[in-house]
Design a protein around this ligand. Structure first.
Ligand SMILES: [Fe+2]
Ligand SMILES: [Fe+2]
Length: 293
């Protein structure tokens, strides 16, 4: 959903809360992935995440949405079905979150397997993401179209709709969530760094692949016929058309082309394959090093 200055303040607040919830869900997924691969995790972080979902999402975020949805449904009967379904989801999510919190407690006590937590946790994250997606994409825009400026002014006077400070991502971090807030900052920083460096690693490899192929192309032009030239051209085209996203695809395709060359031009192909294999190995090493950060 585009975040514009014209967005009613209440919707802008709910949208900002969705961004927060998405960040917490991403950290939850990271924790679940770590449990799944048998890595050592701080089990209290997962407990804090679910406590946050129960305390914040289910007790502060969803009830405010329910009030706005109710008002919009009164004015537009076509919205009533969607609103009804979202409100039911709020009830179901609150029950699931409490059950998951209990499951996590039992897992921390050693009474339940990590697998059970991973499975239930992933279901919870997927549900929550689907729910927010429906709100952002389908319901918020229609509510904005239905409610007038006067309706929003009236809603803004309702004490129950006053924005409450987010206990993890707001200006005042709740004592019980300090560990989670720290973990979240670290995770976000790591994601940013990894995103930037992964892109850099991919670009480096593409540029090198391009250079290797250009050299091979030059040699092929003087040494052989149409088949090899078009094979090289095909790979160069992939790089040109999708320069950023085509990294691994390009390397794989280059290797495939390299295989095709083998019977045709042994000398050029062997040199090219050696270069491409080195590039692929270096890219994998860079990405593996990043994954351990
Ligand atoms: Fe909701
Ligand atoms: Fe929501």
């Amino acid at each position: 959903m585009p975040h514009t200055a014209a967005m009613p303040p209440i919707i802008a607040t709910l949208h900002a809360e969705h961004v927060h919830l998405t960040r917490i869900s991403a950290l939850m997924s990271e924790q679940l992935d770590a449990i799944d691969r048998g890595a050592k995790v701080d089990s209290h972080v997962l407990y804090e995440i679910m406590s946050y979902m129960v305390d914040w999402a289910d007790r502060r975020h969803h009830p405010r949405e329910d009030l706005i949805y109710g008002r919009a449904a009164e004015l537009d009967s076509q919205l009533a079905d969607d609103v009804d379904s979202l409100q039911r989801q709020h009830d179901a999510m609150a029950k699931t979150a409490l059950a998951l919190l209990k499951l996590i407690s039992r897992w921390r006590a050693g009474d339940v397997s990590g697998e059970a937590v991973v499975s239930a946790g992933r279901d919870y994250v997927a549900n929550s993401e689907r729910h927010m997606h429906s709100e952002e994409q389908l319901v918020f825009p229609r509510i904005e179209a239905v409610l007038t400026a006067a309706d929003w002014r009236e809603l803004e006077l309702d004490d129950r709709l006053q924005a409450a400070g987010d206990p993890v991502l707001g200006p005042q971090v709740g004592r019980e969530f300090r560990n989670l807030a720290r973990k979240l900052r670290r995770s976000t920083r790591r994601r940013l760094e990894r995103g930037v460096v992964t892109e850099w690693a991919g670009l480096e490899s593409i540029m090198e692949s391009l250079e290797v192929l250009s050299n091979a192309n030059r040699m092929a032009l003087s040494a052989t016929g149409d088949t090899l030239r078009s094979a090289v051209q095909e790979s160069l085209d992939i790089v040109r058309k999708t320069p950023v996203t085509a990294g691994p695809r390009c390397v794989l395709n280059n290797a495939r082309l390299g295989g095709r060359w083998l019977g045709t031009l042994a000398t050029i192909t062997i040199d090219t394959l050696i270069d491409l294999a080195r590039i692929r190995r270096e890219m994998r090493q860079q990405l593996e090093a990043l994954a351990t950060l």
